[in-house]
Design a protein around this ligand. Structure first.
Ligand code: ZN
Length: 235
């Protein structure tokens, strides 16, 4: 089992770990600094430093089938079970994911419609919505997102049981990505008093950290489906 360090402290950039196993599927550490791809957020990059000071690059991470292990994509032949290592995160890339991920939560507040898909990148993110009235104004949406960025809302997490979540289906905005029930509890992400939803991704601590974003494109993906893209601007 891997302790997901990014879940409790998304600002952690370095962490020690012990190699538990090395297989064709990846390197399993007892604790992972590297976010494993899920929920539309890509896996982290970085490196693993060995005891002799040499390091191997990390090109991603995935969850094992049981969802309790994280398998790190790296040059496995360079590592062995029992090794004590130091993980280094590609922080610039991750921080952009945190900012864009949080911005997409704000977008879902501005557009309170069911979300059918989404993806996060270091330059851009998108959400797909089922929208009954599909006349969307990119400038108005951008301005409303920036109102919530400038309000500098606190972003916090809390946990509820599977039973509590099932009793409150209105918390779930995404139709395509169901929250991971079955572990006994689900993490909720709260943004000020404007948003509360289940999410396992990494977010910034305050919405002001998002910086300048704007809607770059609204695409028609079906009669009642719109893909809204957000981009960082001025960077
Ligand atoms: Zn999230």
């Amino acid at each position: 089992m891997t302790q997901p360090l990014f879940r409790d402290d998304p600002y952690l950039r370095e962490a020690e770990a012990t190699v538990l196993a090395v297989t064709d599927a990846g390197v399993e550490l007892d604790r992972s600094l590297f976010y494993a791809a899920s929920g539309g957020q890509p896996a982290d990059f970085g490196s693993i430093e060995r005891g002799d000071g040499s390091s191997v690059p990390v090109a991603g991470a995935v969850y094992g089938e049981d969802k309790r292990r994280i398998l790190i994509q790296t040059e496995a032949a360079e590592l062995a079970a029992g090794d004590q290592v130091l993980q280094h995160l590609d922080w610039d890339r991750r921080y952009r994911h945190m900012r864009m991920h949080t911005a997409l939560h704000l977008l879902s507040v501005i557009l309170p419609y069911p979300v059918t898909g989404g993806a996060i990148g270091a330059e851009e993110g998108r959400l797909d919505f089922d929208i009954p009235d599909p006349d969307l104004d990119a400038e108005r949406i951008s301005a409303e997102v920036m109102v919530h960025v400038d309000a500098d809302h606190a972003v916090t997490t809390e946990w509820i049981t599977d039973e509590e979540l099932l009793a409150n289906p209105g918390l779930v905005k995404t139709m395509s990505v169901k929250p991971p029930v079955g572990q006994g509890r689900v993490r909720l992400v709260r943004i000020g008093d404007i948003d509360l939803q289940p999410c396992g991704g990494t977010h910034v601590a305050r919405t002001g950290e998002i910086g300048l974003v704007a809607v770059s494109k609204i695409e028609k993906k079906g009669r009642l489906n719109r893909r809204v893209r957000l981009r960082f601007i001025g960077e």
